[in-house]
Design a protein around this ligand. Structure first.
Ligand code: ATP
Length: 378
């Protein structure tokens, strides 16, 4: 297995007028399962096709381990790729489709048989091995494609481009966990493209978030959720996404429409005065009313927060979404389903310390810390 290293790789389809991928330097580590996550048109397929050699980068170099492959065609890269829709040898049986990549590489007959049967058992294809692939429904054809991508133990990487699009939703969960199981067994470098956050978060060791042809953050699923480095990650990951409210820093204090809501704690020293945006996930917004005993009795510094008026409550079963407005800004809190809040009530939305972040030019630059002094009350 080998790392895949990209050095200054970019791509333009129109001679440099627009860039599907901006210059990117990034290493995909061997034996990790990555999800490449981003909205439609952000460059996911372009990046995958550059790695597999289906298209050449406009600039930059690509390495598989110690070997530079920038000018090496697809066939010489030893990378398996699975596309969004099934691409099979329709006249061949399912068995022969699965065996093809192994026979092509001269694997002994017994080894071919062993691997085909292992993969087909894991993907639930064992009852179909003798069928011609064109007789299968599109969903099952796609599962054969996934199996063909995973059957060879010696590939440098397996690239999967939204591989479960045509699969029945109920089967998707099972297949994703099967894919993980096969990945654990083979230890391939695996890159799984998706625009679906659930798919990315449940599947990957590491999620790489792409926006407008650039990687904006990469990390373990929990890290992306707890510490979004970019506003886009806050919006795109999470359901609903992060609250974002424009604010102003003056004298180290963060104000929304003139109300002090917390202190600015910069990541690299003091933050200069000026506009900033506060981002806090609905999960970390706690609703406090006039009886916020902890603050009143202990005199402890209140968590940063904002006086709001509740505008509505969505009862979602396992949680409630409490919608509110403050100074013309909409915010939402995700609360316990046992909580009771009424539209029209004036309350505080308190932000869990360390979980409300400050963003400038969409990039995280600090956190919102408690204000000194006694707690504010509605
Ligand atoms: P999707 O999830 O919709 O497949 P994506 O994230 O995979 O999108 P790409 O298909 O890589 O994104 O496209 C990135 C950008 O490049 C888009 O603006 C797209 O319109 C453009 N693009 C892609 N392929 C071509 C092409 N063959 N010719 C011209 N422009 C292209």
């Amino acid at each position: 297995m080998a790392d895949i290293r990209l050095e200054g790789v970019s791509h333009s389809y129109d001679g440099g007028r627009t860039w599907a991928l901006k210059p990117m330097t990034w290493t995909w580590r061997s034996d990790r399962a990555y999800a490449l996550l981003g909205p439609s048109g952000c460059g996911k397929t372009t990046l995958l096709n550059i790695i597999s050699g289906l298209i050449s980068p406009t600039t930059g170099r690509i390495w598989l381990g110690d070997r530079e492959v920038t000018a090496v065609p697809t066939a010489g890269r030893n990378i398996a790729q699975v596309f969004q829709f099934p691409v099979l040898y329709e006249q061949m049986s399912v068995y022969d489709n699965l065996a093809f990549p192994l026979r092509n590489r001269g694997y002994p007959r017994a080894e071919v048989d062993r691997r085909v049967r292992t993969v087909s058992r894991m993907l639930g294809l064992d009852g179909h091995l003798g069928h011609r692939s064109r007789r299968l429904d599109p969903g099952r054809q796609q599962i054969v494609c996934v199996g063909r991508g995973l059957v060879r133990p010696d590939v440098a990487a397996v690239l999967l481009d939204e591989p479960l699009t045509v699969i029945d939703p109920a089967l998707k969960w099972t297949l994703r966990s099967k894919l993980k199981e096969i990945h654990r067994d083979t230890g391939h470098t695996l890159i799984y493209v998706t625009h679906d956050q659930t798919e990315a978060l449940t599947f990957a060791d590491e999620v790489v978030v792409l926006k407008d042809g650039e990687i904006v953050q990469a990390g373990e699923p929990t890290e992306l959720f707890l510490t979004p480095a970019h506003e886009f990650v806050g919006h795109f990951i999470g359901s609903p996404g992060m609250n974002v409210v424009p604010a102003e820093i003056a004298g180290g204090v963060v104000r929304i429409g003139g109300t002090a809501v917390g202190r600015a704690a910069g990541e690299n020293g003091d933050l200069p005065p000026g506009p900033v945006r506060i981002g806090v996930r609905p999960e970390f917004v706690r609703i406090a009313d006039g009886r916020d005993a902890a603050d009143r009795n202990t005199g402890a510094r209140a968590a940063p927060g904002l006086r709001v008026r509740i505008t509505g409550v969505d009862r979602m079963g396992s949680y409630h979404l409490v919608h509110a407005r403050a100074d013309g800004h909409a915010l939402v809190s995700k609360t316990d389903p046992g909580s009771r809040h009424d539209p029209g009530a004036a309350v505080f939305f308190r932000f869990d310390p360390g979980r409300a972040f400050l963003f400038r030019d969409e990039v995280r630059c600090g956190t919102l810390a408690p204000l000194d002094g006694p707690a504010e009350r509605p």
